[in-house]
Write a protein that binds this ligand. Structure first.
Ligand code: CU
Ligand code: CU
Length: 348
């Protein structure tokens, strides 16, 4: 009995020391062989359209603005609200336009849920509130991470209306969401794009020191006679963007780099929401130790230099920062880099 007691005390102490050492790390546990071995839920009850009083709150739930990643909600059901607003946004110095936005920004907020969670989603079309400045429009949402009837859940919502529907997260990964109202291309270049992260049931495998979300998108803009900017659908049809950005702002991480420490293991959640062009995502000075295509750890590649992401494609990239220095991350389709798809990671 005494020996057993001592063994358990020693085990507990070792466990406590180990967990203290790991406190700074973002840790998760998973048996990769079990990643796909769970029950999936297909479809859900009909979406509900309503005309409710629009309150002050425009977003709620496990949301954050990239490069930040929202905390997970530990519950079977997760409530998310993300209203559509028309608002003036800044893409580059002196370049503003009236965007159509999920939540408060372009791209919309990063959403994070977990496999098996039921997402109770609600979205009001608030474009009616700025009618004097930007014509109200029907809008919708298409979650690439959901398995539901698009004619029902992804239907267009009239200005002033609210849609509510549910879906269950079946697959882990990183997924695009966007407005699906015609002309879809137009709604996406007006800013209606975003990223959803679905975490495996037991978390993503392995430990990392820092995580960032990077959404790549294209802006197609033209200057009007009064000097202001508006969306250029003709340029979009020719796939000739004015800007290509990480998280919606021209070269923002050149001005304000992502800060890490030498030796850190970094995890990037990268989603190319397009809408037109591919991204060849690359980091100068390191290699990707692990690449999970579409963000699913089952789709693992090792030791990659550049990851090709088609429009609406994504990957989770894990890499080590080998020594102090400045590491450039970019779309290696170098015209896109010149148009803004470039940033810096500084390691002290
Ligand atoms: Cu829309
Ligand atoms: Cu789509």
């Amino acid at each position: 009995m005494k020996i057993l007691t001592w063994i358990s005390i020693v085990t507990i102490v070792i466990g406590m020391v180990a967990s203290c050492n790991n406190n700074s790390k973002i840790t998760t546990k998973t048996n990769p062989s079990n990643l796909m071995d769970y029950k999936k839920t297909y479809g859900s009850s009909h979406a509900i359209l309503s005309e409710e009083e629009l309150g002050h709150e425009t977003t709620s739930g496990p949301l954050a603005y990239a490069p930040n990643i929202p905390a997970l909600t530990n519950a079977d059901t997760v409530e998310i609200r993300m209203d559509v607003q028309h608002k003036k946004i800044t893409v580059a110095d002196g370049v503003q336009f009236w965007a159509w936005a999920f939540g408060d920004s372009v791209p919309g907020p990063v959403i994070r849920v977990q496999v098996g969670q039921i997402v109770k989603f609600k979205m009001s079309n608030r474009s009616i509130e700025t009618a004097r400045l930007s014509p109200p429009m029907p809008h919708s949402i298409d979650f690439h991470g959901a398995m539901v009837n698009p004619q029902d859940k992804y239907q267009s919502v009239a200005p002033g209306q609210t849609i509510s529907f549910e879906w269950t997260a079946n697959y882990p990964g990183v997924f695009t969401y966007h407005c699906g109202t015609p002309i879809i291309l137009e709604h996406m270049i007006y800013g209606m794009v975003g990223m959803l992260i679905v975490v495996p049931k037991d978390g993503f495998p392995g430990k990392v020191d820092k995580e960032f979300a990077i959404i790549q998108n294209e802006f197609y803009l033209k200057q009007k006679k009064d000097g202001s900017y508006t969306v250029d659908l003709d340029a979009a049809l020719k796939k000739q963007p004015t800007y290509v950005t990480f998280n919606g702002k021209y070269k923002q991480y050149v001005k304000s780099p992502l800060m890490v420490n030498a030796g850190d293991r970094i995890r990037l959640y990268v989603c190319n929401v397009g809408p037109n062009n591919p991204s060849s995502f690359h980091v100068v000075g390191t290699l990707f130790d692990k690449v999970w295509l579409d963000g699913n750890p089952v789709n693992e590649l090792r030791g990659m230099q550049t990851v090709l992401l088609g429009s609406s494609s994504s990957a989770i990239l894990e890499f080590v920062i080998p020594e102090p220095g400045t590491y450039t991350f970019l779309d290696h389709e170098l015209a896109d880099m010149e148009l803004g798809a470039v940033g810096l990671i500084i390691a002290k």
